[in-house]
Structure formats: C-alpha cells, structure tokens
Design a protein around this ligand. Structure first.
Ligand SMILES: [Zn+2]
Ligand SMILES: [Zn+2]
Length: 313
C-alpha cells in the first residue's frame, strides 16, 4: 500500500514535470491560443483552409481590419466571409497591413515570416492606431512618428499618481513582494523620463491605478486566453486598470520558459499613461514580447512619445 502510494506520487510528479516542460515555449502546440496560425503557413488568396476564420478574428481583434476611412471595423461588416475559412480579398488586405506594420515583405499571403511573427506572445491591446499610422505613412512619406496616442490623447491631469494591488492572488510560486518590486521598478522607468511620480498606496487606499492578475474571462470584456497568446493588457487614462494574465509563467528573472514581470509592466504602464503601440521593434511600446525575453529600458520612441504627451521638451 505504502509502496503503491510512493509509486503513485512519483508518477504524478513525473506527469507534472512532463506537462510543464517545453510545450510552453514552443509556439505551435495545442495549448497555445496562437498555435492555429502554424497550420495556416503557406496559405494564400483563393484557398480554403480550416482555421482561416481564426486568422480573421486574430487580425480583427488586433486592429488590422479597416474600412475606407481607416476606421477599425468588424470582419462582419467588411465581408460575408467572417465566419468561414475562405481566404478572401479582405483577409489578404488585412495581412498586407500586418506585414507593412511589422516590416515584413508585403506578400498578402500567410508566409513563414508572417506566421512566425503572429505566433509570438503579445499584449492584448489592439494595434489599431499603429496600423492606421502605418497605412497613412505608406501613403505620405513625409510624416514620421514612431509613437502613438489613444484617440483624443487622454492623459492624467496630475503628476503624482497612486497605485495599488487590490487582489492579492499572485499566481502559484510567485511571491507578492517579487511582483511589487518588479512593478515598482517598471514605474521608476517612466518616472525617470517625466515629471510624473508613482506611489504604491496599499490594498485598501484610494488609488488611480490598479494592478491585478486574472485568468480567462474577468469581467472587462477582454478575456485572457490561458498560457501564451495574449499576456497582459491595460486601459487608457484615466481608467488606470493594468491586468497580467495569471496563466502565464511569470518571473523577475525569466528562464526561456517564463515571462518577465518588469518588461511587461513597463509596456502596460505605458498604456495606462496614454501611449499606444509603436512599430519600432526596439521600443518598449512594441506589442510583441517572447517568453524569456527581457526588455525593460525605455527607448527613444517611448521617451519622445511620453514627453510629447505630457508637454515636456
Ligand atoms: Zn500593449
Ligand atoms: Zn482585463
């Protein structure tokens, strides 16, 4: 009996280790919400391939379906093929915008360079503003800015901002102190280049910003998707909500199979301060960040953007 228990426990342990091993970092596994993209590699206009509907929804969710006025549009209003697997002209146009935005040769097909980019874990906030800017830039070579603001340029109307961690449910294996220290460092990066100051006021106090970990559907209309896929999101000023996906593996010193708390924190704080995505791959406000990647230092696009928004030279 005892021996059986030891055996059973060992077996369970081995299963857990196996379940947690590399599948996490490899992009094209069944438990990766962006894994479907891998199967679509090589597809092009005129074809019908199972899963193309998911590519349409991905490109719509992240802002690549535009109408003639460059407004963000629902696939359903653009095409009758929103829920089928037809590679139509609207999907091709959305892929071209995606390729243009991410500086991939524009083929309009789901070639390898495009599918590889699409499968990288990313921020859940739409790239819409960035896509519009890219499309307009392609039409007018004279304009050039590598930062972008929310519509109407919302920003905070005071320089001292208070934040808190209202829900103390750190993902298993992660210490609350580790999270708080990483987030504090992320705030400091923005403090260093602006006149803004940030203060952690503790769980019960009134705060401007709230930082939480959530799984799947959490009531704000932007459900998370489990491990990989979208890893975090945040809202524009002055809503002040910053959410980490609790199903990712988080760390302040990430292995290739963990996500960096501070890198994602700096990016998402950028949204809560009023910045949208940048197409500069080096910028903190670039929407994609892989497991194991560390990117904590603000780049010139980020600094120029935030200083412009808050009226600093
Ligand atoms: Zn983002
Ligand atoms: Zn959320």
């Amino acid at each position: 009996m005892t021996l059986f228990r030891v055996f059973a426990a060992t077996f369970l342990l081995v299963s857990l280790v196996v379940l947690n091993s590399p599948t996490f970092a490899v992009g094209h596994t069944s438990n990766n919400p962006f894994g479907f993209i891998h199967r679509l590699e090589g597809s092009r206009r005129g074809q019908s391939i199972e899963g193309l509907r998911d590519a349409k929804h991905y490109l719509q969710k992240f802002g690549y379906y535009l109408n003639d006025d460059h407004k963000d549009t629902n696939v359903a209003t653009t095409t009758t093929h929103q829920n089928d697997d037809e590679f139509d002209e609207f999907l091709e146009a959305a892929i071209k915008r995606y390729q243009l935005t991410h500086r991939i040769p524009v083929s309009g097909a789901l070639d390898r360079a495009t599918t590889a980019q699409m499968m990288i874990p990313r921020c859940g906030v739409s790239d819409h503003g960035l896509v519009v800017m890219t499309v307009l830039l392609a039409e007018d070579q004279n304009k050039s800015e590598d930062y972008r603001f929310f519509k109407g340029k919302p920003k905070w109307n005071k320089n001292h901002l208070r934040y808190k961690f209202p829900k103390s449910n750190p993902p298993a294996g992660l210490k609350e102190a580790t999270i708080k220290a990483a987030v504090a460092r992320a705030f400091r990066s923005w403090e260093n280049v602006t006149e803004l100051t940030f203060e952690n006021v503790g769980g019960r106090a009134k705060a401007d910003m709230q930082i939480s970990f959530y799984s799947r559907d959490h009531g704000d209309g932007f459900p998370f998707d489990g491990p990989n896929g979208t890893t975090a999101h945040a809202f524009q000023p002055r809503y002040g909500r910053l959410h980490y996906d609790a199903d990712e593996k988080w760390s302040d010193d990430p292995s290739p199979m963990e996500m960096d708390l501070e890198s994602i924190g700096v990016h998402e704080i950028g949204h809560t301060l009023g910045l949208l995505h940048s197409d500069d791959e080096a910028a903190i406000m670039y929407p994609y960040l892989n497991y194991g990647q560390i990117k904590r230092k603000l780049q010139s696009a980020d600094v120029k953007g935030i200083r412009k928004l808050y009226g600093l030279p």
